[in-house]
Design a protein around this ligand. Structure first.
Ligand code: SF4
Length: 362
């Protein structure tokens, strides 16, 4: 398949890994930001192909994993109200709240439906004028334009029975948090290719310069990631700290400007709480005042909820690259994909799910 097969060639992969091995002279710790990249690395055993001096740690780029527990609880409360149709992407339904998940709410009678796009939720709102339809908008900058477009469309049509729980988070503030931590071990980042397809990579130059850390925007196929790792190792060995673009078939310097425009028309930057990590300044989106009528948290006026993370779950440390999933005592024992304690074991982008699925626990 075009754009897939040529990025999965095992001989080229071995040649790139050999080139990295020839270049490397000392240990380096690299972080892939995006959970999709984590899954590729684990699935194709890229961590095992690399010279032992390269350690890969896994970043916070799994939106489901960083959605706060309280927000999941609030979503369950809204979904359980009479007359509500609650819509969400599939992997959000299994994410544990403090007492239950959305699947359990559905089993108890809530009308919870899986959708594949926010526009599917808008369609459900059009078809059900006597019901209130809520969409759980979870994601990084990648999915924000489509969600913004849905709200923009709803306002234009004058639909009054649609609202959205906005749980959008932004990548650069999370990278800054990692770099500012006194415990930080990350010396180079594989930047998130999908996010940069929308946003470009100008904003990563500030981080590279301020923290003297190389960042290579990478794709999602095995050869993309190996090439990005090779570019990072070359920079580190040569003492450079620049932003480079490995994923040039998708990412441009400015990104997708019309998508950014619709996003900024509907959303504004706000502080946001990240699950397990806490509040990060200017790290998320909320609806602008002109679109407040579509903010489900205002529409349903639920009181503030407080919820405690399960004490055993070390996902906050995993998402900051300070621990690996297998360092968690619950991994594969009390926490599995069918009985998850934390979101990284559920999400298709979660690091714990990647380790579990590709049998690194065996
Ligand atoms: S294995 Fe489970 S409990 Fe441990 S960090 Fe991952 S999600 Fe949390």
């Amino acid at each position: 398949m075009k754009y897939v097969d040529e990025y999965r060639d095992p001989q080229i992969a071995a040649a790139i890994a050999e080139r990295v091995a020839r270049k490397v002279t000392r240990p380096w710790v690299l972080m892939e930001v995006c959970g999709g990249q984590t899954h590729t690395l684990m699935r194709y055993g890229i961590d095992e192909l690399l010279p032992k001096q390269i350690e890969l740690v896994h970043g916070p780029g799994c939106p489901v994993c960083v959605t706060p527990l309280e927000l999941v609880d609030r979503a369950i409360r809204i979904a359980s109200l009479d007359g509500v149709i609650f819509t969400s992407y599939g992997d959000m339904l299994r994410v544990p709240g403090s007492q239950a998940d959305l699947f359990e709410a559905k089993a108890q009678g809530a009308d919870v439906r899986i959708v594949y796009s926010p526009l599917d939720a808008v369609k459900i709102a059009r078809q059900n004028p006597d019901r209130r339809v809520v969409f759980f908008a979870v994601g990084f900058e990648t999915t924000a334009p489509a969600n913004a477009m849905a709200v923009w469309q709803v306002k234009r049509e004058g639909l009054t029975n649609f609202s959205m729980i906005v749980a959008h988070v932004l990548v650069p503030p999370a990278m800054r948090l990692i770099l500012e931590s006194p415990q930080n071990r990350v010396q180079g980042f594989i930047g998130p290719g999908h996010v940069c397809t929308v946003m470009g990579f100008e904003e990563y130059e500030v981080l590279a310069k301020e923290f003297h850390v190389p960042i290579v925007v990478g794709g999602f196929e095995p050869l993309d990631l190996l090439e990005a790792i090779g570019m990072l190792v070359a920079q580190l060995e040569e003492g450079r700290a620049e932003v480079e673009n490995q994923y040039s078939r998708s990412v441009s310097y400015q990104g997708n400007v019309p998508a950014q425009q619709v996003m900024r028309e509907v959303f504004e930057v706000s502080d946001r709480k990240w699950r397990g990590i806490g509040s990060i300044e200017a790290s998320g989106f909320r609806l602008r005042e002109e679109y407040a009528a579509f903010d489900a948290e205002l529409v349903f006026g639920l009181e503030d909820l407080h919820a405690e993370e399960p004490k055993e779950c070390i996902s906050a440390l995993v998402l900051q690259g300070l621990k690996k999933p297998m360092d968690c005592p619950a991994f594969g024992v009390r926490c599995t994909p069918t009985m998850p304690l934390g979101a990284p074991m559920v999400s298709t982008e979660g690091a714990c799910a990647a380790y579990y699925q590709y049998r690194r626990h065996a």
